[in-house]
Design a protein around this ligand. Sequence first.
Ligand SMILES: Cc1ncc(COP(=O)(O)O)c(C=O)c1O
Length: 466
Amino acid sequence: MANTGSVGRLVKALLQHIEQDGQPGEQLPTTRSLVERYAASPVTVQKALRELTTRGVIETRPGQGTFIAALPTPPRAARFEWQTLVLGERPDTLDAFGTLFAPPRPDVLPLGSGYLDATLQPLTALAGAMSRAARRPGAWDRLPAEGHEGLRTWFAAQLGPGFHTRDVLIVPGGQAALSTALRALTRSGQAVVVESPTHLGALAALRAAGLRAVPVPTDAGGLDPDRLHAALETSGARVVLYQPLHANPTGTTLARERHAAVLQVLARHQAYLVEDDAARDLTLEGAPTPPLALHDDAGHVLYIRSLTKSVAPGLRVAALVARGPVSARLRALRTADELFVPGPMQETALEWVSSPAREAHQTRLRTHLRSRRDALLAALATHLPAARVTRVPRGGLFAWLELPEGSDDVQLARAALDAGVQVNPGAAWFPAEAPGPFVRLSYAAANETTLQAGVQRLAEVWTLGQ
Ligand SMILES: Cc1ncc(COP(=O)(O)O)c(C=O)c1O
């Protein structure tokens, strides 16, 4: 009878042979040959083969013999386990941001999208602009990190008197501008004052840079200068992130009479303010208030204007405007990130902003968005009278809906998605605890009929949850 010692020795010898000379799928010698080769009894050989089969090293194919098993593949999760250890704690905001920015699923009613749907994008004009752009001399060449001169001049002129081509840096969209500005102005661990709630992408950029958000609630007139002063004083922050015009998600605009006071607070604290002017071309009623940057003559305001929101998400061109020593730092960071924005994209943007089609697009866009906004508000009043739109948006793409106390926005959004309608639960838009349950609804990517159907479905889901 074979003893365990001899079986163990044979297992070891066979393993050594397989590891050194064997190939997956190769046939092992017969039991008789193994008996001879290893001077072991047939029982010992059979026990050793059984042990190797149990370990998954070999496999028996009935009627054919014994073969070296295919290389065992560790389960997917196990293969990547080391990454979990290296990456450490997961930043929740980055998760929420990833979900938010995934393109809407084709099978749901998209009431959670932050970009215009294809029907509102000037696709024919953009295709023409791009084909002309691609043929322009130098379009495919190296460009300076600060961007195409003509495009920079256009952005400077849009901002107003006192701004020059040299103040403008072309970046691939507003999100990149936010990231670059934050990295230029701060060091990891520092505090940054933000309006609360605020654009989730701004919070994601902030967290990605290792910064702490100091929330300041806004009121009907936007940022209250006294609250801003208190937040800067108590936190020691020297940077503020803010959207003075049609803020995402609340739709709030900084009251004209507060502009000077906000600039005074910045001067008093020697602080920077990053003005994200994402919604300037999405003004639905009247003329937009002038940018805060326009009356800043000491370089406190870094100004961002992007083309994606009002034209198409793929026209990833924005301006980051700054004056003073910070400009060189911004430029250096952009160079380190990607050298320059591709020439064909910048040329396309320049073609677009210089084309007469732009004016016609703006007029059409305004009409459609106004009609969609009104349809959304009407549907909410009819189907969800218990909820309240905190401020009627006079621009931008969103309605910020306050749900009745005790509602669970995250749960509601999940149930709504199951019912085929996508909305954004509000909790993630607050850098600290939310003062109540909110949902962000968008009229960017859904027409009037879809908005109506979406709200109706949302109301049914909400009623079921009560
Ligand atoms: C307020 C605000 N800022 C910046 C961005 C980023 O825009 P983009 O990078 O497409 O220009 C967005 C997009 O959702 C936004 O809503």
